[in-house]
Design a protein around this ligand. Structure first.
Ligand code: CTP
Length: 409
């Protein structure tokens, strides 16, 4: 049997990038031979094994044929006579379809190296279309390698467009899609992921609520970039520049969805967009089964981001309601993430990227003031049950009044 390194490990070594995962392909072997060498099978009917010591993935060279919708409908053919070239041709991109032996000799029948040099994400063959997830993968690679100057080849973009129009994207499971979305959002230029999805028509299918923001104007006084879609991408870009966690990036992407619902005659104003957007945020959250922390933060940021921007003008009672809504006493981290998302929203505007955001420290101070109210003295005074709750709220309100006075003095 011959063993080759394949896929991302070869690509990233040639790009001079760190290699984390190594995938191997084994040519000329049978399942029985692999088992005899101590490899552990990964799935019952899938010719992939884990190395007994390194735990790395070793796949028997295989051909694939699709016989249904989605990811389930594949017929695999793995046998010792499947060649390396046959295995490589079923892969997504030419830069992912190179193999390397233990002497670092490259097998590159589909010109991956040429495309690496040309900075092109190009599909290997029409078999690309057999897995619709590849539309998201290509957009993710475009985001990851944007800093190196990579773009999607026009013929690949065209194929992605056909796939998006064909209805195949609807067959993707929420879990597979979310995995790609989450990885893409954590890249350094996540806005490129959304741009590429939009360019090939996939955004309209996957997240029509985000797609609808393009072409919707906002008041130039607050939004020199005007377009709500452009603004959303800038907010996401700022979130990546400021190394924000996934939950904040997800909330940034969805914070203004309500603006897509404003009747044209009300443009460029978006009255109550925060509230109107909530049902859309909920729908996107559920469509991809986003993790709970992402779902929660997106809804809270959607509802309260304008409160964040107006923090310095809020009445103490409104500040208290905001802090209560976040349960800042038990969940301080979530409030901190809200503040970050608001700050990214404020900076994700043309020419305002470097602005200061005094609201952030003001909100932190308010949270500290409210949290500093001690419960023990109230218990000692004999408060119990709902009355205790009211008494605590009253003390917190006093603390916030004092905080606001001191801050404006
Ligand atoms: N592959 C594919 N189509 C997919 C998934 C994977 O063709 N839908 C092939 C590609 O050749 C890819 C290899 O399987 O290079 C390994 O896949 P994976 O580990 O998911 O991705 P990597 O290319 O290693 O990229 P990453 O660095 O993002 O993990």
């Amino acid at each position: 049997m011959q063993i080759y390194k394949v896929g991302g490990a070869v690509r990233d070594r040639l790009l001079g990038k760190p290699v984390t995962d190594i995938d191997w392909v084994v040519v000329g072997a049978t399942t029985e031979e692999m088992l005899a060498k101590g490899f552990r099978p990964v799935g019952a009917d899938f010719p992939v094994f884990l190395h007994p010591k390194s735990g790395e993935e070793y796949a028997l060279a295989r051909t694939e044929r699709k016989n249904g919708r989605g990811y389930g409908g594949f017929i695999f053919h793995a046998s010792p006579d499947v060649t390396l070239e046959e295995d490589l041709i079923r892969r997504d991109l030419t830069i992912n379809a190179m193999a390397e032996d233990d002497q670092q000799n490259l097998t590159d029948p589909y010109h991956g190296q040429r495309d690496l040099e040309a900075r092109l994400l190009r599909h290997v063959s029409p078999a690309f279309a057999e897995d619709p997830l590849r539309v998201l993968r290509v957009a993710r690679f475009a985001a990851r390698y944007a800093e190196l100057g990579f773009t999607v080849a026009p013929e690949t973009l065209e194929l992605m467009r056909q796939l998006s129009e064909s209805g195949e994207l609807e067959a993707l499971t929420p879990e597979r899609s979310w995995k790609e979305i989450a990885r893409a959002l954590m890249e350094d230029q996540p806005q490129v992921f959304i741009e590429v999805l939009r360019e090939c028509g996939a955004l309209k299918v996957l997240m029509p609520e985000v797609d609808a923001l393009f072409g919707v104007p906002q008041p130039a006084a607050h939004h020199p970039e005007i377009d709500t879609g452009v603004h959303t991408l800038s907010v996401l870009e700022q979130a990546a520049l400021h190394k924000q966690p996934l939950s904040v990036r997800w909330a940034c992407l969805l914070h203004d969805l309500g603006k897509g619902l404003t009747p044209e005659e009300e443009w460029p104003r978006h009255i109550a967009h925060e509230h109107k957007g909530l049902k859309l945020i909920k729908a996107v959250n559920e469509r991809f089964k986003a993790p709970k922390d992402c779902q929660e933060l997106a809804l809270l940021v959607g509802k309260y981001h304008t409160h964040g921007h107006r923090a310095l003008e809020l009445k103490p009672s409104t500040l208290l309601e905001l802090l209560q809504s976040f349960d800042v006493y038990r969940r301080p981290q979530r409030f901190e993430e809200f503040i970050s998302a608001c700050e990214m929203d404020a900076r994700g505007r043309k020419g305002l990227e470097q602005r200061s955001y005094p609201q952030a420290d003001y909100l932190r101070g308010a949270a500290t003031a409210a949290r500093s109210v001690a419960v023990q003295p109230l218990l000692e005074k004999g408060f119990k049950g709902p009355e205790l709750g009211e008494a605590i709220k009253g003390e917190r309100l006093k603390a916030l009044k004092a905080y606001k006075e001191a801050a404006s003095a």
